[in-house]
Write a protein that binds this ligand. Structure first.
Ligand SMILES: [Zn+2]
Length: 389
């Protein structure tokens, strides 16, 4: 194992303070305060480390912090990224305690992903204190709203770019090179309202939706055979919401569902829309009274980084050195901000600490994995942005 360069007490204390600041995303919980307070804490911490940084209000109460450790200007730039918001705390006993028990630090956001914020700040401290001069810029970005609409990451890529990024979402120190995307689609069937006793006049929108649901069920059963990815597993489809009809004794005039389609790398909006439209067209041809429409409500692309890219080899090399073994290469089944960076031309990998209880009642992060993550980020920055001399 190489010598530790990271100030581990600083990293642990910073993590504890980060967890003690409530940064629940107000898009998920109307009482959530957003990222203003946590962003000012990060801003102050970076100022104390003499790292120049900017604080930007993306929308009221929603704040990004971006810092830059300038390189000499003739090397590739790297961005270390984390989100500062968390999901809600209902069901949690003491969500903002930051209590430490052995190797675990507890509280909402400890694992997803304040451990990673602390690791990035520990990396910045080590770069400054060891007077490391890099050729390329090292950018540190702390963004709002990943847990809801990603307005933070979106605002960030409108302002800055980098040659590559490490998104430090939790991976248990495995190296994640791909993740699934998702689309939310609204399908509406239109019927014809009529008195329940006048069956020749009425067209039942709810029964017609049943035809759609039967087809979607079949499609969801076929997806694992037809659409799989070596790292992310299979594509999937379910229907989280349904609503239809007005009253008893009245033919339903309208029924609406929201279908959630999880995509694997390579799948496009065009393909997935066509797949759903084909279902509707087939039913329209078969049943004279069937009328339905399809709308895309949300689309988040899947992502996969080119495994031969420099950021993959730099991160893998640093992780291997600090873990004492080659990290496992994995994919995530959920979506992350890396897709936004990838679409903006910033090649991104994902590596983060070990822990548990993500979005659950008891959440924790393993402290030694936060320190190891900081070491890996520090070494990757040196490998990728190229240390002078
Ligand atoms: Zn997260």
């Amino acid at each position: 194992m190489p010598d530790l360069k990271i100030d581990t007490p600083f990293t642990t204390q910073t993590l504890q303070k980060l967890v003690q600041i409530n940064s629940i995303n107000p898009g998920l919980d109307p009482d959530g305060p957003g990222e203003e307070e946590i962003a000012s804490f990060i801003y102050d911490t970076l100022n104390n480390l003499s790292v120049p940084c900017d604080i930007e209000t993306v929308s009221p109460g929603r704040v990004n912090v971006t810092a830059r450790i300038a390189g000499k200007g003739d090397g590739p730039s790297l961005m270390l990224n984390a989100h500062t918001d968390t999901v809600g705390v209902s069901g949690m006993e003491d969500p903002f305690s930051g209590r430490i028990e052995g190797n675990r630090l507890y509280g909402r956001g400890s694992y997803d992903m304040k451990g990673s914020i602390a690791a990035i700040l520990g990396t910045a401290k080590a770069i400054k204190e060891n007077n490391i001069q890099l050729k390329g810029d090292l950018i540190l970005s702390f963004v709002a709203d990943e847990e809801h609409e990603s307005i933070g990451a979106q605002a960030l890529v409108n302002k800055i770019t980098a040659d590559a990024a490490i998104v430090t979402e939790p991976t248990d120190l495995n190296l994640c090179l791909a993740h699934r995307g998702f689309g939310i689609f609204k399908i509406t069937t239109d019927g014809k309202t009529a008195h329940g006793g006048r069956h020749k006049q009425g067209v039942d929108a709810n029964m017609n939706m049943g035809l759609v649901l039967a087809e979607l069920h079949q499609l969801s059963q076929r997806l694992p055979d037809e659409n799989t990815h070596p790292l992310c597993g299979e594509a999937s489809l379910h229907v989280p919401l349904i609503s239809g009809g007005r009253s008893l004794f009245v033919y339903s005039n309208q029924c609406t569902i929201h279908a959630e389609r999880r995509t694997i790398p390579g799948e496009t909006l065009d393909q997935v829309t066509k797949e759903l439209q084909t279902v509707i067209d087939r039913l329209s041809n078969k049943h004279p009274n069937f009328r339905a429409s399809l709308e895309t409500e949300i689309w988040r692309s899947p992502y996969e980084v080119d495994s031969s890219s420099d950021i993959v080899s730099a991160t893998k090399e640093a992780a291997t050195e600090h873990l004492g073994k080659v990290p496992d290469i994995i994919g995530h089944t959920w979506w992350e901000d890396s897709a936004i960076f990838g679409e903006a031309g910033i090649e991104s990998v994902i590596i983060g600490p070990k822990g548990g209880g993500i979005h659950e009642d008891v959440e924790w992060v393993e402290l030694d994995s936060v320190h190891l993550l900081a070491e890996i980020l520090y070494k990757t920055a040196i490998n990728f942005c190229i240390k002078e001399g």
